[in-house]
Design a protein around this ligand. Structure first.
Ligand code: DC
Length: 223
């Protein structure tokens, strides 16, 4: 059984998907981490990410692999575990740009679909319900106001010791929303058969309970 969770940056997808995956005994697949690892390669290699052609040229040199250990999903870039290096604002901004390119999306499509074919997964991203797993048994579109999402990201970054301003985060989130929703290939949008869940003002517990209830309901129908 597959569960697809899509939504904008900071909507709580990964937090909720991780909790639900633990409770339901599913594997959590964070597809954003794959795009982030690819973007990290481009940053390190000094690729001009404003040009799709330049990104396309280096794609054969990029090997992304996903593995699981007691800390959850680990993403490997050419054999190096880069899971701890891909959450900076610089990587976020570059990822939003490179993930708009069809050649980049095509490269990561099989990796995502194969994980879902071989496991019960909760997969989060932007186009999981609409494009990657159109037959997922449950689709959820998770969102929250820009203000709330920026506040959550701000707290997260402060805890990691990054120096940022709330206004700057709000601006960056709005920019990424715009890029993710308005790109031509696989833009972020709610699948027609997705459950819409606005998490503004809700606690993690409330949202994860709701998602698990929905999932358990679908599992009964599915079995
Ligand atoms: O979920 P995230 O914040 O880690 O995603 C980082 C960027 O990657 C985001 O700006 C959009 C892009 N992304 C995507 O285009 N498709 C996905 N399935 C996952 C992420």
């Amino acid at each position: 059984m597959n569960i697809a969770i899509d939504g904008p940056a900071g909507s709580g997808k990964s937090t909720i998907a991780k909790i639900a995956a633990g409770r339901l005994k599913f594997i959590y697949v964070d597809t954003g981490a794959m795009y982030r690892a690819l973007a990290l390669y481009c940053i390190r290699a000094g690729v001009d990410i404003s040009k799709e052609e330049e990104v396309r040229k280096v794609l054969p040199d990029i090997h992304i692999r996903i593995a699981y250990d007691e800390d959850g999903q680990q993403v490997y870039l050419n054999g190096e575990n880069v899971s701890g290096l891909i959450r900076t604002e610089q990587v976020s901004a570059s990822t939003s740009k490179v993930s708009a390119y069809p050649c980049v999306r095509a490269k990561l499509l099989d990796l995502q679909r194969n994980l879902a074919k071989e496991n019960d997964v909760i997969m989060d991203g932007r186009d999981i319900g609409t494009n990657i797993l159109p037959d997922a048994e449950l689709k959820i579109y998770l969102t929250a106001s820009v203000k709330e999402r920026a506040g959550r990201r701000y707290k997260e970054l402060l805890e990691k010791g990054e120096e940022v301003s709330l206004g700057q985060i709000e601006e960056e989130i709005s920019q990424r929303d715009y890029q993710d929703k308005n790109r031509e290939t696989a833009p972020l949008r709610q699948a027609e058969d997705a459950v819409y869940l606005d998490t503004t003002g809700l606690t993690i517990q409330q949202v994860s309970d709701k998602v698990c209830r929905l999932a358990l309901g679908r599992m009964k129908e599915w079995k």
